[in-house]
Design a binder for this molecule. Structure first.
Ligand code: G3P
Length: 216
């Protein structure tokens, strides 16, 4: 399973990219609003850091407007993936953009039928929202598992991005459920790496090494 970062914060993207673990970036209007910066400028900076798919979400609700908005982002770089909502207008925009060779990420997916429709409209990626389903006492990982089973069974090449991930446990579960990608908030990358025995081990090695140095 590949790892994307789910943020519009350039400093966080730069830090995690420097670990060498990042395959792409996803953003959404809420994440962009949080930064309070011009989105085009932010996208240019992200493009200079990460060589991989970078999702930019449209805010139009009608297919024609979505396509116009998408073209502005796509002209910046062909690494830009257009994030569209899983609605009838989103499907129309998806099939048109797919016909023009533009990659798409169909978002706000909460059931397997939405994912199937998006795949059939030509989506490059679908984004089931794990955390938001868990928030309402529904099994978000089961949705990823169901979509993965359907796509595998029918040879569908659309990739599944496990989105709305909030915990390291959800990352492991998404990987085991067949997600191709998980997109994670910066904090989850740090939580995945942290282990008290790793910290204690380093401390002990350094202490022992220091005593050898003193003896010698
Ligand atoms: O970018 C889509 C998704 O990852 C949003 O997550 O935490 O707002 O449900 P969240």
């Amino acid at each position: 399973m590949k790892l994307f970062i789910d943020t519009a914060n350039v400093d966080h993207i730069r830090e995690i990219a420097s670990w060498g673990v990042l395959s792409g970036v996803t953003t959404n209007p809420s994440l962009v609003a949080r930064e309070g910066r011009d989105f085009m400028a932010v996208l240019r900076e992200i493009l200079a850091i990460v060589d991989g798919p970078i999702s930019a979400e449209v805010v139009s609700t009608q297919a024609d407007d979505m396509v116009t908005e998408a073209r502005q982002y796509y002209e910046l770089s062909h690494n830009i993936v257009i994030k569209l909502p899983a609605t009838a207008e989103g499907l129309k925009a998806c099939s048109r953009l797919t016909g023009q060779g533009v990659k798409t990420n169909l978002t706000l997916i909460f059931n397997p039928n939405q994912a199937l429709l998006c795949a059939r409209a030509g989506a490059t990626f679908v984004s089931p929202f794990v955390g938001r389903l868990d928030d309402i006492s529904t099994d978000g990982i089961q949705l990823v598992r169901d979509i993965a089973e359907i796509f595998t069974y029918h040879g569908i090449t659309t990739e599944i991005i496990a989105a709305s991930i909030r915990t390291p446990g959800q990352v492991v579960a998404a990987a085991k459920a067949g997600a191709h990608i998980a997109t994670l908030p910066p904090a989850v990358f740090h939580q995945m790496l942290k282990h008290p025995l790793t910290d204690a081990g380093i401390e002990r090695f350094l202490k022992d090494w220091e005593s050898v140095r003193k003896q010698g």
